[in-house]
Design a protein around this ligand. Structure first.
Ligand code: MG
Length: 631
C-alpha cells in the first residue's frame, strides 16, 4: 500500500517540503495548487523535481465550487476552469484531481444535478486522460456527508468519476464509518486521513487549524480504516493535515511523525482484522508487537567529573548506596532496593557531549521490556533513530534508540543481567528501601514537540495517553500530557509551555533543550520516607501555612493528620477513588528535582491542584538560594 502526504501538511518552501517528505519514506504527495502557484518553476520542472526526490504526484487539489450551479455563465466557467486544471495536470504528470463539495452561494445542489455535472466533467477528464474524485467537505453547502457524495458519484456512473474519502470530514460530523463498507472499493479513488482533538467548534475552523496525525487526536481512525479495507480499496493512504503548529514546525520532524503515524495505524488495523484481513490488508506493514515496559532498570545522569562528588552526595542524602562501578567507564551505580541510579562522568562520548551542551542531565533511561530485540525492530520500523555504541568484550550490547533531547532509551530483556556483565560490585544495598519504584519520569520539551513525543511513546511502547491538561504556573500555563503503562505502574509525563517565564520554559532555556526535569519515586509510607530524608539532611521543599489551611478547607481531614502533613511539607490531594501524598525536593542542579509520592487506592492523577503551589514554592526557594549545593 502506497503512502502519501499533502504538501500543505509540512512547513517550508516547496523544495524543503519535498526533501522532508522523501526522507521520511513516503511514496508520493498530494500537490496543493498554492504551493505550485507560489513556486517559480514551470509545471514540467516541478514534476521533474518531485520525481527526482523519488516521489509521485498522486493527487492534484483542491478544485472548489464546481457542482450544482445553475445553467448559465457561472456553470460554463466552472467547466472551463476544470479544463485549464486538466491541462496543468497533464504537464505535472498527475492523473487524479480532487473536487471538494461546493460552498458556492449560488449552488443549487440536488443529487441528480450534481451527478449530471460530474458525468459531463468525466467526459472532459477522459479526453485529458485524467480522473476526478469527489470529496464531501464537512461544511459543504449541500453535500457534507460521504454517503451523499457517493450517491452523486454512483448516479454519475462514469469511469473517470470516483469518490474521495477524508476521515476528518466523516468522523468530525459523527458519520458512522461502517457506511463506507457499502461502497465498492474501485469507486473510491483516494483516501485521506487526519485525526483531530475532540473540540466543539465550527467544522471549517477545526479542520483548518487543529487536524493532526493519526493517533495524535481523538477520532476513531482505526474504525475508519477497517471499513476502507473492507471495500478492497487498493489506492494510496494519504495524510492531509492542516495544523498551525505543523505549518510553522520543523519539516523533517512533522514528516517523520506523519510516516510513523501511518505505519502504526496500518499495523494496528492489520492486527485488528486478523484472520479477516483481505488480500490488500494482508500486505500492510507487519511490525513486532508494541513493547511492554515492566520496569525501569536504571536512570543514568551525566555530570562533569568535578561535580561527581556533589552529585553522588545527593544520592546518599536520598538514601541510595554505592554498590558498583562500571568495568570500563566512569560510571557509578547507586542502589536502593530495586532502584538504580547511575552517575556518568566519562570525559568523552555522547554523555560528555550532552553535559557540555546541557549541564548535568539524564542521558539514559533503561526500560525492561518483554522482548528487547523485537522492541528495537519495531522502534526502527517506526522511524526511531538507532543508537550504537562500541562496548568492551563481555559487556552487554543493549538495543538502544534515541529519545528526548540528548537522551537514549535502552531496551533491556527481563533475563539480561547488566550488573553482572558490565559492573563490578563494590557493596550491597543493605539499608531498608523506602522507595519502591519509579512512579513517573517527567520530561520537559517545547510545546510544539509534545505531540511528536507522545506519538513516539504510544506507537513504540504498549502505553496509553491521557488528554492534555493545563498546569497553572505563576508565570503562565504549562501543558501536560501523561503516557502510562496499562497497569499504571510507570507514567511518562510530557510538559511543555509557550509562555517564556514558566518553570518549564526556564528549564528549557537553562538546559538548552528538552530533557528529564524530574523523577518521582513511589513509596508505601511517605511519613517514614520524609523522616528518613530529614535524618539524611535531604532538603525538602517547604510549603506555606496557607497551603495547609486550604487543604483543610477542601478536604475532610482530621487535624492530627493535617499536622503531620504540615510537619513534613507533604502535599495532599484526593479524588473519588483514593488519596495522593507527595513531597518535593528543591530544584537541585540545572532545574532538576525529585518528587516522592504515595498513591492510595485507585488515585490516578498527579496532584495537579497542588502544582501551582509547588511551582510557586520552587520559585521562592530558587530566588532565596539560586542553585543550592547538592543535598
Ligand atoms: Mg480532504
Amino acid at each position: 500500500m502506497k503512502t502519501c502526504i499533502a504538501t500543505v501538511s509540512i512547513s517550508g518552501d516547496f523544495s524543503e517540503k519535498l526533501a522532508a517528505i522523501a526522507d521520511a519514506g513516503f511514496d508520493g504527495i498530494e500537490i496543493f495548487e498554492q504551493d505550485f502557484i507560489s513556486f517559480d518553476l514551470s509545471p514540467s520542472d516541478v514534476s521533474k523535481m518531485v520525481r527526482d526526490h523519488g516521489l509521485d504526484i498522486m493527487l492534484f487539489q483542491p478544485f472548489r465550487d464546481f457542482e450544482g450551479l445553475p445553467e448559465g455563465p457561472l456553470r460554463r466557467r466552472s467547466f472551463t476552469r476544470a479544463e485549464r486544471k486538466f491541462e496543468l495536470m497533464n504537464q505535472l504528470g498527475t492523473e487524479l484531481m480532487l473536487v471538494c463539495s461546493s460552498v458556492h452561494p449560488e449552488s443549487l445542489g440536488g443529487i441528480d444535478r450534481c451527478a449530471e455535472d460530474f458525468a459531463e466533467l468525466g467526459d472532459i477528464a477522459r479526453g485529458f486522460g485524467v480522473r476526478v474524485g469527489y470529496e464531501a467537505l464537512a461544511w459543504g453547502r449541500q453535500i457534507h456527508d460521504h454517503r451523499d457524495a457517493w450517491e452523486v458519484v454512483r448516479r454519475a456512473d462514469h469511469e473517470c468519476i470516483g469518490l474521495i474519502l477524508d476521515s476528518f470530514h466523516s468522523l468530525s460530523r459523527g458519520i458512522d464509518p461502517e457506511s463506507i463498507r457499502r461502497i465498492p472499493g474501485d469507486k473510491i479513488f483516494f483516501v485521506q486521513l487526519a485525526d483531530a482533538p475532540l473540540i466543539e467548534m465550527d467544522f471549517l475552523f477545526w479542520s483548518r487549524h487543529f487536524r493532526n496525525m493519526p493517533g495524535e487526536g481523538d477520532l476513531d481512525l482505526p474504525a475508519f480504516m477497517k471499513a476502507v479495507m473492507a471495500t478492497d480499496y487498493k489506492g494510496p493512504i494519504s495524510l492531509e493535515i492542516f495544523n498551525d503548529q505543523f505549518r510553522r514546525g520543523n519539516a523533517p520532524l512533522v514528516a517523520n511523525d506523519g510516516h510513523r503515524s501511518l505505519i502504526n495505524l496500518m499495523d494496528s488495523v492489520r492486527r485488528d482484522l486478523g484472520e479477516n484481513a483481505g488480500a490488500v490488508a494482508a500486505q500492510l506493514p507487519r511490525l513486532p508487537d508494541k513493547a511492554k515496559i515492566s520496569d525501569v532498570a536504571f536512570i543514568e545522569f551525566a555530570t562533569r567529573p568535578e561535580e561527581r562528588e556533589g552529585f553522588e552526595d545527593l544520592f546518599r542524602h536520598l538514601g541510595f548506596q554505592l554498590t558498583g562501578h562500571h568495568k570500563t567507564k566512569a560510571v557509578s551505580r547507586w542502589q536502593q532496593g530495586g532502584l538504580n541510579l547511575l552517575v556518568d562522568t566519562e570525559p568523552t562520548g555522547y554523555a560528555a557531549e550532552a553535559v557540555a551542551e546541557h549541564g548535568t542531565t539524564v542521558t539514559d533511561i533503561g526500560f525492561v521490556v518483554d522482548d528487547a530485540a523485537a522492541a528495537h525492530a519495531r522502534a526502527l520500523a517506526l522511524g526511531a533513530a538507532n543508537f550504537v555504541q562500541t562496548v568492551a568484550e563481555g559487556e552487554a550490547q543493549i538495543p538502544t534508540i534515541k529519545g528526548v533531547g540528548h537522551s537514549v532509551i535502552r531496551l533491556i530483556d527481563p533475563g539480561m543481567d547488566i550488573w553482572r556483565s558490565d559492573f563490578v560490585d563494590t557493596g550491597t544495598a543493605d539499608a531498608p528501601a523506602l522507595m519502591s519504584h519509579i512512579d513517573h519520569i517527567a520530561q520537559t520539551m517545547g510545546y510544539d514537540e509534545m505531540l511528536s513525543w507522545a506519538l513516539f511513546y504510544t506507537t513504540i511502547f504498549d502505553t496509553l495517553k491521557s488528554p492534555l491538561f493545563d498546569v497553572v504556573d505563576p508565570d503562565g500555563l504549562i501543558k501536560s500530557q501523561v503516557i502510562r503503562t496499562e497497569d499504571r505502574v510507570l507514567h511518562l509525563t510530557l510538559n511543555g509551555s509557550d509562555a517564556p517565564y514558566t518553570r518549564a520554559s526556564q528549564f528549557l532555556s537553562s538546559v538548552r533543550g528538552p530533557a528529564v526535569q524530574h523523577i518521582a519515586f513511589a513509596t508505601n509510607d511517605i511519613f517514614a520516607l520524609a523522616e528518613r530524608l530529614r535524618n539524611l539532611e535531604f532538603e525538602i521543599l517547604p510549603q506555606t501555612r496557607n497551603y495547609y489551611d486550604d487543604v483543610l478547607a477542601r478536604f475532610d481531614l482530621d487535624l492530627d493528620f493535617l499536622e503531620r502533613l504540615k510537619a513534613h511539607n507533604i502535599m495532599y490531594d484526593e479524588d473519588e477513588t483514593g488519596r495522593y501524598l507527595q513531597l518535593f525536593s528543591r530544584t537541585i542542579d540545572n532545574g532538576l528535582f525529585f518528587e516522592f509520592v504515595q498513591r492510595e487506592s485507585g488515585y490516578t492523577g498527579f496532584g495537579a491542584p497542588n502544582a501551582p503551589f509547588r511551582l510557586a514554592a520552587q520559585r521562592r526557594a530558587a530566588e532565596r538560594t539560586p542553585i543550592p549545593a547538592a543535598g
